[in-house]
Each structure stands twice: as structure tokens, then as C-alpha cells.
Design a protein. Structure first.
Length: 169
């Protein structure tokens, strides 16, 4: 599978931090993958108590803080700092039942293909998902993943010393 994902804790602090915590906790070890139109997504069968409740988080370009629970209007010129229109973008899936509009544990690799994009070359889904990183090594393997493939293990290889978790109440 993808050998390395680089997460951006500056542009997507809550989403990247939640993903990093799930990796450290082993939540994705053994997770099944599904392939859908232009994406490879983790199965919805993970522990429902895994992860924090994290809202949709998108940092617009030319801003210094992310927006929460708000999609961007690409038609009006709003562009995210972390674009989805990159092959191997990593984003959190949407929850059908959450008012926060983001799933706390289900993520996907976006298999961007310019042939399926709009006139400006952007994905039709741009500004709609919490992108928090990119596959930076092994991206060529993403297109070979089939439904039923499994993440054997996920490890955090760098940055765990900078991971700040909320206080337990």
C-alpha cells in the first residue's frame, strides 16, 4: 500500500491531529479498504468510539486559521490551502449523521484525474472535504488497491513528539 503519508498539522490541526492519534493507537491496523469512484476509502467498520468528533476543517488560501463546518465556494474564488485536486490527497470522509459534517475515523485517498475535473482543472469536490495531507511515497500503488485489501499496519514515523492531545475530561 501507500508507503508514506505526510500530514499538515498547521493547515488542518484538528483533522491531522485526530488522524495521527488514530495511527498511534493502531486504529487503522487491519482496516479494510474500498475502492469507489476516484477514491480509496477505509471501511466504515472501525470502532465507532475511535477518534475525536472533528468538524469539517478547511483553511482557505490567504487566511491564517481554518474554517469549521463550512464548505468553500470554488465558484466564488475560494480555494483551500490543501487542495484536493492532487493525486493522493488524504481527506476525512463525510458522516451522514454528524452535524459536524466529518467522520472522526474514516479517511480516503483521492485519486485525482484531470480528465474528470472542471474547466479550471479543479476537482468538482474541491473545498468540500477536510484534506489533511498527501501520499508522499508509494502513490503509484494507490491505483492498484482493490476493495477488500487491508491496511496491515500504520505507524507514525516522525512528529509524535509534537502531537498535542486535548485534556481528558
Amino acid at each position: 500500500m501507500c508507503k508514506q503519508v505526510t500530514v499538515d498539522g498547521y493547515s488542518a490541526p484538528l483533522t491531522a491531529g485526530n488522524f495521527a492519534k488514530l495511527v498511534v493507537d493502531g486504529a487503522y491496523d487491519g482496516a479494510k479498504l474500498n475502492t469507489i469512484n476516484q477514491a480509496v476509502i477505509t471501511d466504515d467498520g472501525l470502532d465507532k468510539n475511535a477518534g475525536y468528533s472533528v468538524p469539517l476543517e478547511i483553511m482557505p488560501s490567504e487566511q491564517f486559521e481554518p474554517l469549521y463546518r463550512t464548505k468553500l465556494s470554488i465558484q466564488d474564488g475560494e480555494l483551500p490551502v490543501l487542495p484536493m485536486s492532487v493525486y493522493g490527497a488524504v481527506a476525512m470522509a463525510h458522516s451522514d449523521v454528524s452535524e459536524e459534517y466529518s467522520a472522526p475515523y474514516q479517511f480516503f485517498f483521492y485519486l485525482y484525474d484531470k480528465r474528470n475535473s472542471g474547466l479550471g482543472g479543479l476537482s468538482f469536490d474541491e473545498g468540500q472535504f477536510s484534506v489533511f495531507g498527501y501520499a508522499t511515497s508509494g502513490r503509484d500503488i494507490l491505483s492498484q488497491i482493490k476493495t477488500g485489501d487491508v491496511i496491515r499496519s500504520a505507524k507514525m514515523v516522525d512528529g509524535q513528539d509534537r502531537l498535542i492531545l486535548p485534556a481528558q475530561s
